[in-house]
Design a protein around this ligand. Structure first.
Ligand code: IPM
Ligand code: MN
Length: 344
């Protein structure tokens, strides 16, 4: 029998609840001869308050030995802003070189979009995951004076851009519409913008069948709302991708449905799958959270590990569940319904 070594980081707030449902569906979807060896890691606000640690090196080392990581959500109002984000979530993405942050934007049949006239939305954002303004490059000067200065310098390397751009081209090439849009702000951020644009054009030579276009990020936000069907694959930098994918979630049924994968395609380190939403402390512990985003992230995890048919089965279960939604259900009721569909 085969085994899947899974590291589980439920994290804070609703993270615990949604991850429990994700694991149920994972177990139901896998072939009978595949055993999930799940190791749970207590990381997040509780650990931070107890020990002062966000991600000890020893835990980072242990995590390396897994096939994949499933993460719920990180963050709590009792922890100063940035401590867990930088010290845990971003540390994992950087340490494991998760340079592909994959975020599908798909409006499932039956899901209400705030946009008029049931638009046909099915795109994927390939967000760069290890560079841009997220690297922490910057600082402050003259702190506390009225001449205080803060800089946040965006890092863009040819190596980093090329690998995410090529990954996005490959994905576009494998989809029926074969369309790739670069989103940046190359009329203002000319240094990074021109590098992105040049590499985008260069790598494009390898993919003659892919149609390309370019949008400034501000214009892209308009099209996300007025013409979302124009997008197929989008490639963009870390911060633009962060913002655009929240907007993508908003127009495809809300953050409760948005899945993501932090991917290291080389397999040198485990990839990490997580719902795009946060820990939602306001509804934590009440069984109200929708586990669907986590379940769709589990589908991405399955796909990443080569369980293609199983991934499709999970996505089909979610699609069927969404199409028939009526009334309010608890977190575990949704999970149970999905387990039943996957097993049936
Ligand atoms: C996300 C989150 C994170 C990000 C934060 C919590 C660091 O917003 O996963 O989109 O900005 O990437
Ligand atoms: Mn975000």
């Amino acid at each position: 029998s085969r085994s899947l070594r899974l590291a589980v980081i439920p994290g804070d707030g609703i993270g615990q609840e949604v991850v429990a449902e994700g694991l149920k569906v994972l177990g139901a979807a896998l072939p009978a001869d595949v055993k999930v060896e799940a190791t749970e890691y207590d990381l997040g606000a509780r650990r931070y308050h107890r020990t002062g640690e966000t991600l000890p090196d020893s835990v980072l080392e242990e995590l390396k030995g897994h096939d994949a990581i499933l993460l719920g959500a990180i963050g709590d109002p009792s922890v100063p802003s940035g401590v867990l984000e930088r010290g845990l979530l971003l540390k994992l993405r950087f340490a494991f070189d998760h340079h592909i942050n994959l975020r599908p934007g798909k409006l499932f049949p039956g899901v209400k979009s705030p946009l008029a006239g049931e638009p046909d939305i099915d795109f994927v954002v390939v967000r760069e995951g290890t560079e841009g303004p997220y690297v922490g490059n910057g600082g402050t000067l003259r702190t506390g004076t009225e001449h205080e200065v803060a800089t946040e310098v965006s890092l863009n390397t040819a190596y980093g851009i090329e690998r995410v751009v090529r990954d996005a081209y490959r994905r576009a090439d494998s989809r029926p519409r074969k369309k790739l849009t670069l989103v940046h702000k190359n009329n203002v951020l000319v240094h990074a913008g021109h590098l992105w644009t040049r590499i985008f054009q260069q790598v494009g030579q390898e993919f003659p069948e892919v149609t390309t276009d370019y949008l400034h990020v501000d214009a892209a936000t308009i099209f996300f709302v007025t013409q979302p069907e124009r997008f197929d694959v989008i490639v963009t930098d870390n911060l633009f991708g962060d913002i655009l994918t929240d907007l993508a979630a908003a127009v495809t049924g809300g953050i409760g449905l948005a899945a993501s994968g932090n991917i290291n395609p080389s397999g040198d380190f485990p990839s990490m799958f997580e719902p795009v939403h946060g820990s939602a402390p306001d509804i934590a512990g009440q069984g109200k959270a929708d586990p669907t985003a986590t379940v769709l992230s589990v589908a991405m995890l399955l796909e990443h590990l080569g369980f293609t048919a199983e991934a499709a089965k999970v996505e089909a279960a979610v699609a069927a569940d969404l199409a028939e939604r009526a009334g309010v259900r608890s977190t575990s009721q949704v999970g149970d319904a999905l387990v039943a569909r996957v097993s049936g």
